[in-house]
Design a protein around this ligand. Structure first.
Ligand code: MG
Length: 261
């Protein structure tokens, strides 16, 4: 299923997204996932609306955002880093989440803010110490798109990444969550800056694929339903400036669009 979270006159709601006669629609309301206790399903009549007409919200309410750095060979090389022997983990603050269409704010503290288009895993079931032979699929609710916005100058200056990755609006996410794609088979990740293609990769080139990441992360910390795992970015990262338009497209997940302010 594909779903989104969107604003209605009855508050935020989750809706199933379907394609009908060449157009995307929010077909029906669905119950909120268990971690989003603030949202109540509206039980009145809902008529399908065009997806393009909806005021979209971030489709996840994670307790944490566990990111993976340098997970594509070509991107590790472009930043002058060695190929990692293990996944490189860092956290992004949930307060950085930004809805599709929202404005990425360039903070005064930084002179170089980069885009990083990424496939992200959405956890569906509490996961701790997933075994080497255990199937990871039951723990995955689906996938979405993240722009892992990074203040590159502060990342280099601070020596750790909390500030550089954690500014408000630095985690655009959406527009949908889908369990209908298979990253292991290879899905295309493409980032455009003002309509110009700047990143073009495939999840086939992940150094540590989805299953390896989930085993590695859950050996460290328990993942909760709704937790978000951006899996790393392909080569081509670069700076954004006020007035720019960002678009990250992943096959089967649509396009995450944001403006820069
Ligand atoms: Mg990243």
């Amino acid at each position: 299923m594909k779903y989104c979270r969107f604003q209605t006159e009855n508050g935020p709601q989750y809706g199933e997204v379907v394609e009908r006669s060449g157009q995307m629609w929010i077909n029906q309301l669905i119950p909120p996932p268990p971690e989003d206790s603030a949202t109540q399903l509206f039980r009145g009549i809902f008529e399908a609306i065009p997806f393009a007409a909806a005021t979209l919200l971030a489709p996840v309410t994670p307790s944490k955002i566990v990111c993976v750095g340098r997970n594509y060979l070509d991107h590790a090389r472009e930043l002058g880093n060695d190929l990692p022997a293990e996944p490189l983990l860092f956290l992004k603050a949930p307060s950085a989440l930004l809805a599709p269409g929202g404005t990425i704010w360039i903070p005064p503290a930084s002179e170089r803010v980069d885009f990083e288009g990424e496939l992200a895993i959405v956890i569906g079931k509490r996961a701790s110490r997933i075994g080497p032979e255990e199937d990871v699929k039951p723990y995955i609710r689906g996938y979405t798109i993240v722009n892992d916005v990074t203040a590159r100058d502060l990342q280099n200056k601070d020596g750790q990444w909390t500030r550089a990755k954690g500014f408000d609006t630095f985690c655009p996410v959406g527009p949908i969550v889908s369990d209908e794609i298979d990253p292991a088979a290879g899905v295309t990740v493409e980032t455009r800056l003002n309509a110009e293609v700047r990143q073009h990769g495939t999840t086939r080139d992940l150094i540590f694929p989805v299953a390896a990441l989930l085993r590695y992360i859950t050996a460290v910390m328990t993942l909760e339903p709704g937790d978000l795992i951006p899996t790393g970015t392909p080569a081509g990262v670069g700076p954004m400036h006020r007035g720019d338009r960002m678009a990250v497209t992943i096959e089967g997940l649509g396009t995450l669009m944001n403006v820069v302010g």
